[in-house]
Design a protein around this ligand. Structure first.
Ligand code: HEC
Length: 476
């Protein structure tokens, strides 16, 4: 009698369970479909969206460790639970908690990418990995009761393994977004690295100007946000092909036309501008880099040209370390006074006095002439860089400039210089950079500069001295 009762009880509870799990199946199926359709409803199209999305999204990296910890704990509890049933009971709770945390983590991650306008292969892989992971957890939840009651031995363990694999994959792709895809392989021992060949980056001739001079600029200053991992504004700068393909607003480089190339415009805006690149206060391009970029675009932005008219750039940097200047401490009150005034400014290179001063004239260029420059002679030995571009100085200033003995970079582009007396600069032994673009210097007048040992970057666009006169046009 008792046995018969037991049998009917068991049957009843079995039927109940079937009914419950049918409803559960339905819930899981609906949840899975919602998760899968999410990326199609809110497409990651490279456009940034509301700021509050990014605000919340930035909690994603903080939250994600919690579900990871719980998921990793899960198989340990299940295995050890074979001996200690209490652990099995805990596992059920841990599984539910993992799911309860994984779903908001996914949501925040999605808000982060959607809000910031992130796209790219790695972002997409990370996203699909996370969706797969959540679906695996849902299925685990569904399959576990039957396993715990020893009715179904294999489905739940298999799903658990799938969950762990999805976790490793998703975590790795997520790490690649923040640290770069070569994070794990960069310091890998040689023999192992053979298994992970690094992709040849540029898609251009190895000895081309692009590969030697342009690609490295993007590589160090832009691909963190415009690379395979993250494509801000749908723009990738990690290969020649991608660069020329452009971003969400179309081409960023117009061959032959630096003035209309959006990329050049973005890197030459005032650094405070909200469209300035690189964004978020990353290290801006140096004036050398901007000049190289401009010259390359002007000459047609090709992937093959090995030299660019008007540019003489060293292929490897063998520049001697800059020589320290003396202490300008006692002149400081005067320097600070000038920084406040409307005159040209002297700006310290760094907090270290021996790093020298930069002479800036950008705000007063049109009224800055030979007399004004002469007034700076008392600071001459401390000035390491002088920006005199588009000022009113003339050839007469070479007498002043030759006393700037520690000068390393000199901008004279767009001035009325003709180059007579240019030879006087040859006493400036530290000078590595000289820009004479847009002046009237001739090949003859620059000839004496050939003997300057450290002068590595000499710019002569739009001058009669430009080696290839075919491209020396003022309006390309
Ligand atoms: C910290 C991340 C970050 C870095 C580093 C960065 N960018 Fe950007 N870039 C962005 C974001 C975000 C956008 C989209 C918002 C905007 O247009 O300002 C963008 C947009 C652009 C666009 C516009 C593309 C289009 O089609 O609208 C260009 C061009 C660009 N960046 C060039 C560069 C260059 C060149 C560098 C390297 C010197 C660089 N970026 C470095 C984040 C970055």
């Amino acid at each position: 009698m008792i046995v018969a009762e037991r049998v009917t009880d068991a049957a009843r509870s079995f039927i109940q369970r079937i009914r419950i799990s049918r409803a559960a199946w339905l819930r899981v199926a609906v949840a899975a479909i919602l998760l899968i359709t999410l990326p199609f409803v809110f497409r990651l199209d490279g456009h940034a969206h509301a700021n509050w999305l990014q605000f919340l999204g930035r909690f994603h990296p903080a939250l994600l460790h919690l579900p990871i910890g719980l998921i990793v704990l899960l198989p340990a509890l299940e295995i050890l639970g074979a001996r200690r049933p209490a652990l099995r009971e805990a596992a059920d709770f841990v599984l539910r908690a993992a799911l309860a945390l994984a779903l908001p983590t996914l949501a925040l991650g999605y808000m982060l990418a959607y809000g910031a306008g992130d796209t790219g292969v790695t972002v997409a892989r990370h996203m699909w990995g996370a969706i797969a992971l959540c679906i695996c957890l849902l299925l685990c939840l569904l399959a576990r009761p039957a396993w715990a009651m020893r009715e179904q031995a294999h489905v739940y363990p298999a799903l658990l393994v799938a969950t762990l694999l999805a976790l490793v994959w998703t975590g790795h792709e997520g790490g690649s977004i923040t640290h770069g895809s070569d994070y794990l392989t960069r310091y890998m021992p040689g023999p192992l690295r053979v298994l992970f060949p690094s992709t040849s980056p540029s898609g251009a001739a190895v000895d081309s100007f692009y590969s030697q001079q342009i690609h490295p600029i993007f590589e160090s200053k832009c691909v963190a946000c415009h690379g395979a991992s993250t494509e801000k504004a749908g723009l990738r700068l990690d290969s020649y092909g991608n660069l020329m393909r452009g971003g969400k607003d179309g081409a960023v480089i117009v061959p032959g036309k630096p003035e209309t190339s959006m990329l050049l415009a973005r890197v030459t805006l005032p650094p405070g501008d909200r469209h300035f690149m690189p964004a978020e206060g990353r290290t801006p391009l140096t004036s050398d880099e901007v000049s190289a970029l401009r010259a390359w675009i002007r000459s047609g932005a090709t992937p093959t040209a090995t030299s660019i008219p008007g540019i003489k750039a060293a292929t490897q940097s063998t520049e001697p370390p800059p020589q320290p200047v003396g202490d300008y401490g006692q002149l400081m009150p005067e320097i600070v006074g000038m920084q406040r005034g409307v005159n040209a400014k002297l700006v310290p290179v760094s907090a270290k006095a021996s790093d020298g001063l930069i002479l800036r004239t950008a705000d007063v260029a049109s009224s800055f002439g030979d007399a004004q420059l002469a007034a700076f002679q008392k600071f001459a030995p401390y000035i390491v860089e002088a920006d005199l571009a588009r000022t009113a100085i003339t050839d007469a200033s070479f007498d002043t400039l030759k006393t700037f003995t520690h000068l390393r970079a000199l901008h004279l582009e767009g001035t009325a210089m003709t180059g007579a007396n240019l030879g006087k600069l040859s006493s400036l032994k530290q000078l590595t950079y000289l820009n004479l673009s847009g002046t009237r210097v001739s090949a003859q007048s620059v000839a004496p500069l050939k003997n300057m040992p450290n002068l590595r970057h000499l710019y002569l666009f739009n001058t009669p001295a430009q080696p290839d006169n075919a491209t020396a046009r003022s309006n390309p």
